[in-house]
Design a protein around this ligand. Structure first.
Ligand SMILES: [Zn+2]
Length: 304
């Protein structure tokens, strides 16, 4: 072996020997595509991982565009958690920014939970991305998050899996509490009409009939045809109330409410948490708040 080759291999060895310490010394940095996934990741990661949320609270996750701070944070990210099933059409921009070997983890697509189809609009028949709206779907996300973090940070694997177990228990209690809260709504009143038809999983779990003016948010919003179809349906069906969501301008639902004389209630939270001092500051609060609003607007109070 030449002197130069010896020196090169010594340097190579030094680099290899030092690299693991450098990697372990760093806290894992992960990105979450929007606030609800951020909440799930923080539940498993606690302070052991740095979590950066891409589409901030209150924004529309379907139509987000990366900002310069997003890009800066993503360049330095070890894992990206996102929902999948076309919830984030802007993910291709994330792919262009992150390192080639940074894993992108689509929680809904990897979760052991049966998808349901989008009921209407351009995406009709494709898997509905809003799987988190059923606490059992949310629990399936937590398992994927814990497995992924454990794989990339094996020293803390046990911790991540233990937190996932604890969070599953919290979600099972939450599921029972929501069922109990909604029990007061007569079955004849369980019609959930929203702007975006994103409550399919919630409706399946809690026995509501559900539809929206449009199927997924990035489609053409409230076309005249979609509005006319909904107006006709409402005139026939006369549900107790109509609902709008926190990330959607209420003009469409407001127009339908005025036209049909039906009461308008909201906002329901679907695609984002609220600010910390708001009613949907974390995932359990979001579901509880929605259940209270539905209970109030759909005549649940009458049975108390
Ligand atoms: Zn949505």
């Amino acid at each position: 072996m030449t002197k130069r080759a010896t020196r090169t291999s010594t340097l190579y060895c030094l680099a290899l020997c030092l690299l693991p310490q450098a990697v372990w010394a760093d806290t894992l940095k992960v990105a979450a595509s929007f606030s609800i996934i951020g909440d799930f990741v923080r539940r498993i990661a606690d302070d052991d991982v740095e979590v950066n949320v891409i589409a901030p609270i209150g924004s529309d996750v379907h139509r987000w565009e990366l900002t310069p701070p997003n890009v800066l944070a993503l360049e330095d990210t070890d894992i990206v958690f996102y929902n999948g099933y076309d919830l984030e059409p802007w993910l291709r921009h994330v792919r262009a920014v992150i390192h080639d070997d940074t894993p992108l983890v689509a929680l809904a697509e990897r979760a052991h939970f049966a998808p349901i189809p989008v009921p209407t609009g351009e995406y009709e028949g494709q898997p509905d991305p809003h799987m988190w709206m059923d606490p059992q779907g949310a629990a399936a996300y937590l398992d994927v998050i814990a497995d992924t973090l454990a794989e990339h940070d094996p020293d803390k694997a046990e911790l991540y899996h233990r937190r996932a177990e604890e969070a599953r228990d919290v979600l099972a209690d939450l599921d029972r509490a929501i069922k109990e809260r909604l029990d007061g709504i007569p079955y004849t009143n369980r019609t959930l009409i929203t702007s975006e038809a994103g409550f399919g999983y919630f409706a399946r779990a809690y026995e509501f009939e559900h539809t929206g003016i449009w199927g997924m948010n990035q489609e053409t919003w409230g076309t005249a045809r979609a509005m006319a179809r909904m107006s006709e349906r409402l005139s026939e069906q006369r549900p107790p109330a109509l609902f709008y969501e926190s990330t959607v301008a209420e003009i469409h639902m407001d127009a339908l409410a005025r036209e049909t004389g039906l009461p308008l209630a909201g906002p329901l939270y679907l695609d984002t948490l609220s600010a910390r001092d708001g009613p949907a500051f974390n995932y359990p609060a979001l579901l509880r708040y929605n259940a209270d609003l539905l209970h109030q607007a759909l005549g649940g109070a009458r049975s108390e």
